[in-house]
Write a protein that binds this ligand. Structure first.
Ligand code: PAF
Length: 282
Protein backbone atom coordinates (compact mmCIF):
# COMPACT_ATOMS: atom_id res chain seq x y z
CA UNK A 1 0.00 0.00 0.00
CA UNK A 2 1.29 3.45 -0.93
CA UNK A 3 0.62 6.45 1.34
CA UNK A 4 0.93 10.02 0.11
CA UNK A 5 0.49 13.20 2.10
CA UNK A 6 1.19 15.63 -0.76
CA UNK A 7 -0.88 16.00 -3.90
CA UNK A 8 2.19 16.30 -6.15
CA UNK A 9 3.46 12.89 -5.00
CA UNK A 10 0.01 11.38 -5.44
CA UNK A 11 -0.28 12.82 -8.95
CA UNK A 12 3.08 11.34 -9.89
CA UNK A 13 2.03 7.87 -8.75
CA UNK A 14 -1.31 8.14 -10.54
CA UNK A 15 0.26 9.41 -13.77
CA UNK A 16 2.49 6.35 -13.77
CA UNK A 17 -0.57 4.10 -13.45
CA UNK A 18 -2.44 5.90 -16.21
CA UNK A 19 0.53 5.39 -18.54
CA UNK A 20 0.02 1.68 -17.94
CA UNK A 21 -3.68 2.10 -18.79
CA UNK A 22 -4.79 1.25 -15.27
CA UNK A 23 -8.20 2.47 -14.14
CA UNK A 24 -8.48 4.40 -10.91
CA UNK A 25 -11.40 4.30 -8.49
CA UNK A 26 -11.77 6.69 -5.57
CA UNK A 27 -13.41 6.67 -2.14
CA UNK A 28 -13.13 10.01 -0.33
CA UNK A 29 -13.43 9.65 3.45
CA UNK A 30 -12.96 11.59 6.64
CA UNK A 31 -11.29 8.57 8.25
CA UNK A 32 -12.54 6.58 11.26
CA UNK A 33 -13.03 3.85 8.71
CA UNK A 34 -15.70 1.21 9.27
CA UNK A 35 -17.38 -1.60 7.35
CA UNK A 36 -19.49 0.89 5.42
CA UNK A 37 -16.32 2.37 3.89
CA UNK A 38 -15.03 -1.15 3.36
CA UNK A 39 -18.05 -2.02 1.23
CA UNK A 40 -17.43 1.06 -0.98
CA UNK A 41 -13.73 0.25 -1.34
CA UNK A 42 -14.54 -3.41 -2.10
CA UNK A 43 -16.94 -2.45 -4.86
CA UNK A 44 -14.31 -0.05 -6.23
CA UNK A 45 -11.63 -2.76 -6.16
CA UNK A 46 -13.85 -5.04 -8.21
CA UNK A 47 -14.45 -2.37 -10.83
CA UNK A 48 -10.99 -0.69 -11.07
CA UNK A 49 -7.31 -1.65 -11.16
CA UNK A 50 -6.37 0.65 -8.28
CA UNK A 51 -8.29 2.43 -5.54
CA UNK A 52 -7.41 5.78 -4.03
CA UNK A 53 -8.79 6.34 -0.54
CA UNK A 54 -8.47 9.87 0.83
CA UNK A 55 -8.52 10.49 4.57
CA UNK A 56 -9.16 14.12 5.42
CA UNK A 57 -11.45 15.65 8.03
CA UNK A 58 -12.67 18.58 5.99
CA UNK A 59 -13.09 21.63 8.25
CA UNK A 60 -15.25 23.65 5.84
CA UNK A 61 -18.18 21.22 5.95
CA UNK A 62 -18.67 21.49 9.73
CA UNK A 63 -21.12 24.15 10.87
CA UNK A 64 -20.34 23.32 14.48
CA UNK A 65 -16.78 23.65 15.85
CA UNK A 66 -17.54 21.21 18.66
CA UNK A 67 -18.53 18.54 16.10
CA UNK A 68 -15.32 19.23 14.12
CA UNK A 69 -13.12 18.99 17.23
CA UNK A 70 -14.79 15.80 18.42
CA UNK A 71 -14.83 14.09 15.01
CA UNK A 72 -12.85 10.83 15.49
CA UNK A 73 -9.31 10.95 14.08
CA UNK A 74 -7.80 7.47 13.91
CA UNK A 75 -5.22 7.63 11.10
CA UNK A 76 -2.94 4.83 12.38
CA UNK A 77 -5.86 2.46 12.83
CA UNK A 78 -7.28 3.45 9.41
CA UNK A 79 -3.96 2.76 7.69
CA UNK A 80 -3.70 -0.69 9.29
CA UNK A 81 -7.28 -1.42 8.23
CA UNK A 82 -6.55 -0.47 4.60
CA UNK A 83 -3.22 -2.32 4.52
CA UNK A 84 -4.94 -5.57 5.46
CA UNK A 85 -7.53 -5.05 2.74
CA UNK A 86 -5.55 -4.93 -0.50
CA UNK A 87 -2.21 -4.02 -2.08
CA UNK A 88 -4.06 -2.08 -4.77
CA UNK A 89 -4.93 0.81 -2.42
CA UNK A 90 -3.25 4.20 -2.55
CA UNK A 91 -3.94 6.43 0.44
CA UNK A 92 -4.00 10.21 0.21
CA UNK A 93 -3.90 11.70 3.72
CA UNK A 94 -3.18 15.42 3.29
CA UNK A 95 -2.97 18.30 5.74
CA UNK A 96 -5.43 21.16 5.12
CA UNK A 97 -2.88 23.35 3.28
CA UNK A 98 -2.34 20.71 0.58
CA UNK A 99 -6.00 21.11 -0.41
CA UNK A 100 -6.78 24.68 0.65
CA UNK A 101 -3.46 26.55 0.58
CA UNK A 102 -3.49 29.30 3.21
CA UNK A 103 -7.24 30.03 3.00
CA UNK A 104 -9.42 27.29 4.48
CA UNK A 105 -12.74 28.54 3.08
CA UNK A 106 -15.59 27.18 0.98
CA UNK A 107 -16.53 28.17 -2.54
CA UNK A 108 -20.18 29.02 -3.11
CA UNK A 109 -22.20 26.49 -5.13
CA UNK A 110 -25.61 26.49 -6.75
CA UNK A 111 -26.89 22.91 -6.76
CA UNK A 112 -30.28 23.85 -8.25
CA UNK A 113 -32.00 23.82 -4.87
CA UNK A 114 -30.82 20.36 -3.71
CA UNK A 115 -28.66 22.14 -1.12
CA UNK A 116 -31.61 23.91 0.54
CA UNK A 117 -33.48 20.75 1.54
CA UNK A 118 -33.11 18.66 4.71
CA UNK A 119 -29.45 18.71 5.83
CA UNK A 120 -29.06 22.09 4.13
CA UNK A 121 -31.67 23.60 6.46
CA UNK A 122 -30.02 22.28 9.59
CA UNK A 123 -26.32 22.52 8.68
CA UNK A 124 -25.60 25.96 7.23
CA UNK A 125 -22.87 25.97 4.59
CA UNK A 126 -22.36 22.21 4.89
CA UNK A 127 -22.82 21.45 1.20
CA UNK A 128 -20.61 24.34 0.08
CA UNK A 129 -17.89 22.70 2.21
CA UNK A 130 -18.57 19.26 0.77
CA UNK A 131 -18.72 20.64 -2.79
CA UNK A 132 -15.44 22.52 -2.32
CA UNK A 133 -13.47 19.57 -1.01
CA UNK A 134 -14.93 16.96 -3.36
CA UNK A 135 -14.31 19.17 -6.42
CA UNK A 136 -10.68 19.70 -5.34
CA UNK A 137 -10.22 16.02 -4.57
CA UNK A 138 -11.67 15.08 -7.98
CA UNK A 139 -9.23 17.53 -9.62
CA UNK A 140 -6.28 16.07 -7.71
CA UNK A 141 -7.15 12.36 -8.08
CA UNK A 142 -8.93 12.56 -11.46
CA UNK A 143 -10.54 9.15 -10.86
CA UNK A 144 -12.48 7.17 -13.44
CA UNK A 145 -15.14 6.40 -10.83
CA UNK A 146 -15.91 7.63 -7.30
CA UNK A 147 -18.00 5.71 -4.78
CA UNK A 148 -20.41 7.24 -2.26
CA UNK A 149 -22.81 5.63 0.19
CA UNK A 150 -26.57 6.09 -0.10
CA UNK A 151 -26.67 6.85 3.64
CA UNK A 152 -25.73 10.42 2.73
CA UNK A 153 -28.19 10.38 -0.16
CA UNK A 154 -28.49 14.16 -0.34
CA UNK A 155 -24.69 14.39 -0.52
CA UNK A 156 -24.68 11.80 -3.32
CA UNK A 157 -27.29 13.75 -5.33
CA UNK A 158 -25.32 16.97 -4.78
CA UNK A 159 -22.07 15.37 -5.97
CA UNK A 160 -23.85 14.07 -9.07
CA UNK A 161 -25.02 17.65 -9.66
CA UNK A 162 -21.48 19.02 -9.06
CA UNK A 163 -20.08 16.63 -11.67
CA UNK A 164 -22.81 17.49 -14.15
CA UNK A 165 -22.59 21.27 -13.70
CA UNK A 166 -18.79 21.44 -13.75
CA UNK A 167 -18.44 18.83 -16.46
CA UNK A 168 -16.08 16.68 -14.38
CA UNK A 169 -15.13 13.41 -16.10
CA UNK A 170 -15.95 11.15 -13.11
CA UNK A 171 -18.50 8.37 -12.93
CA UNK A 172 -20.26 8.86 -9.56
CA UNK A 173 -21.48 5.54 -8.17
CA UNK A 174 -24.07 5.38 -5.37
CA UNK A 175 -23.77 2.30 -3.15
CA UNK A 176 -26.24 0.55 -0.86
CA UNK A 177 -26.37 1.58 2.81
CA UNK A 178 -24.25 -0.77 4.89
CA UNK A 179 -25.94 -1.64 8.19
CA UNK A 180 -24.94 -3.34 11.43
CA UNK A 181 -26.82 -6.59 12.10
CA UNK A 182 -29.35 -4.73 14.22
CA UNK A 183 -30.07 -2.31 11.36
CA UNK A 184 -28.13 0.78 12.44
CA UNK A 185 -26.57 2.45 9.39
CA UNK A 186 -22.76 2.44 9.64
CA UNK A 187 -21.29 5.84 10.44
CA UNK A 188 -18.05 7.12 11.95
CA UNK A 189 -20.23 8.93 14.48
CA UNK A 190 -21.56 5.61 15.88
CA UNK A 191 -18.24 5.23 17.72
CA UNK A 192 -19.14 8.16 19.92
CA UNK A 193 -22.53 6.81 21.06
CA UNK A 194 -22.91 5.81 24.71
CA UNK A 195 -23.89 2.16 25.24
CA UNK A 196 -27.47 3.16 26.00
CA UNK A 197 -27.73 5.31 22.86
CA UNK A 198 -26.08 2.62 20.73
CA UNK A 199 -28.65 0.12 22.01
CA UNK A 200 -31.48 2.54 21.26
CA UNK A 201 -30.30 3.64 17.79
CA UNK A 202 -31.61 0.63 15.73
CA UNK A 203 -35.07 2.08 16.47
CA UNK A 204 -34.38 4.53 13.62
CA UNK A 205 -34.22 1.84 10.94
CA UNK A 206 -37.14 -0.03 12.52
CA UNK A 207 -39.24 3.10 12.08
CA UNK A 208 -38.03 3.56 8.49
CA UNK A 209 -39.06 -0.01 7.61
CA UNK A 210 -42.55 0.65 9.01
CA UNK A 211 -42.66 3.92 7.07
CA UNK A 212 -42.07 1.99 3.86
CA UNK A 213 -45.08 -0.24 4.57
CA UNK A 214 -47.31 2.63 5.73
CA UNK A 215 -46.50 4.78 2.69
CA UNK A 216 -48.20 2.12 0.54
CA UNK A 217 -51.60 3.10 1.93
CA UNK A 218 -51.17 6.36 3.85
CA UNK A 219 -50.39 9.92 2.79
CA UNK A 220 -46.99 11.50 3.47
CA UNK A 221 -48.61 13.70 6.15
CA UNK A 222 -50.15 10.73 7.94
CA UNK A 223 -46.87 8.83 7.89
CA UNK A 224 -44.96 11.89 9.14
CA UNK A 225 -47.39 12.39 12.01
CA UNK A 226 -46.98 8.73 12.99
CA UNK A 227 -43.18 9.06 12.99
CA UNK A 228 -43.25 12.24 15.08
CA UNK A 229 -45.44 10.45 17.66
CA UNK A 230 -43.15 7.41 17.81
CA UNK A 231 -40.15 9.59 18.63
CA UNK A 232 -42.11 11.77 21.08
CA UNK A 233 -42.63 8.58 23.12
CA UNK A 234 -38.93 7.65 22.99
CA UNK A 235 -36.75 8.57 25.99
CA UNK A 236 -33.32 8.49 24.37
CA UNK A 237 -33.79 9.56 20.75
CA UNK A 238 -34.86 13.01 19.64
CA UNK A 239 -36.21 13.54 16.13
CA UNK A 240 -34.73 16.51 14.30
CA UNK A 241 -36.56 16.03 11.01
CA UNK A 242 -38.43 13.42 9.04
CA UNK A 243 -39.30 14.06 5.39
CA UNK A 244 -40.64 12.02 2.52
CA UNK A 245 -39.14 13.51 -0.61
CA UNK A 246 -38.89 13.06 -4.35
CA UNK A 247 -35.57 11.28 -5.01
CA UNK A 248 -34.78 13.50 -7.99
CA UNK A 249 -35.43 16.98 -6.54
CA UNK A 250 -35.32 16.10 -2.80
CA UNK A 251 -38.42 18.29 -2.41
CA UNK A 252 -40.96 17.12 0.17
CA UNK A 253 -43.81 15.19 -1.46
CA UNK A 254 -47.12 17.01 -1.52
CA UNK A 255 -49.23 14.61 -3.56
CA UNK A 256 -48.02 11.09 -4.39
CA UNK A 257 -47.43 10.38 -8.07
CA UNK A 258 -46.92 6.87 -9.49
CA UNK A 259 -44.26 8.11 -11.90
CA UNK A 260 -41.92 9.39 -9.16
CA UNK A 261 -39.50 7.65 -6.82
CA UNK A 262 -39.69 8.61 -3.18
CA UNK A 263 -37.40 8.25 -0.22
CA UNK A 264 -37.91 8.87 3.50
CA UNK A 265 -35.15 10.85 5.22
CA UNK A 266 -34.55 11.16 8.93
CA UNK A 267 -32.17 12.94 11.33
CA UNK A 268 -32.15 12.01 15.00
CA UNK A 269 -30.15 13.07 18.03
CA UNK A 270 -28.93 10.25 20.26
CA UNK A 271 -27.59 12.39 23.11
CA UNK A 272 -25.39 14.92 21.33
CA UNK A 273 -24.63 12.58 18.41
CA UNK A 274 -26.57 13.32 15.26
CA UNK A 275 -27.52 10.29 13.17
CA UNK A 276 -29.06 10.31 9.69
CA UNK A 277 -30.61 7.55 7.65
CA UNK A 278 -33.01 7.04 4.74
CA UNK A 279 -34.96 4.38 2.90
CA UNK A 280 -36.25 4.01 -0.67
CA UNK A 281 -40.04 3.80 -0.64
CA UNK A 282 -40.91 2.58 -4.14
O1 PAF B 1 -19.07 11.64 3.34
C1 PAF B 1 -17.99 12.07 3.81
O2 PAF B 1 -17.29 11.40 4.56
C2 PAF B 1 -17.53 13.48 3.45
O3 PAF B 1 -18.61 14.33 3.34
C3 PAF B 1 -16.65 13.51 2.18
C4 PAF B 1 -17.42 13.08 0.95
C5 PAF B 1 -15.44 12.63 2.37
C6 PAF B 1 -16.15 14.94 1.94
O4 PAF B 1 -15.38 15.42 3.01
Amino acid sequence: MIIHHKKEDLRQTLNGLRHKNQTIGFVPTMGALHDGHLSLIDQGLQENDKMVVSIFVNPTQFDNTNDLEKYPRTLDRDLKFLKRLSDEIIVYAPMADDIYGSSVTSEYFDFDGLEHQMEGKFRKGHFDGVGTVVKRLFEIVAPDAAYFGNKDFQQLRIIQKLVQKHDLPVNVVGCEIFRAEDGLAMSSRNERLTTAHRDAAPFIYKILKSVKIRFGTESANQVTEWVVNQFAKHDLLELEYFTIADEATLEAVKRKSKSKSYRAFIAVFAGDIRLIDNIALN
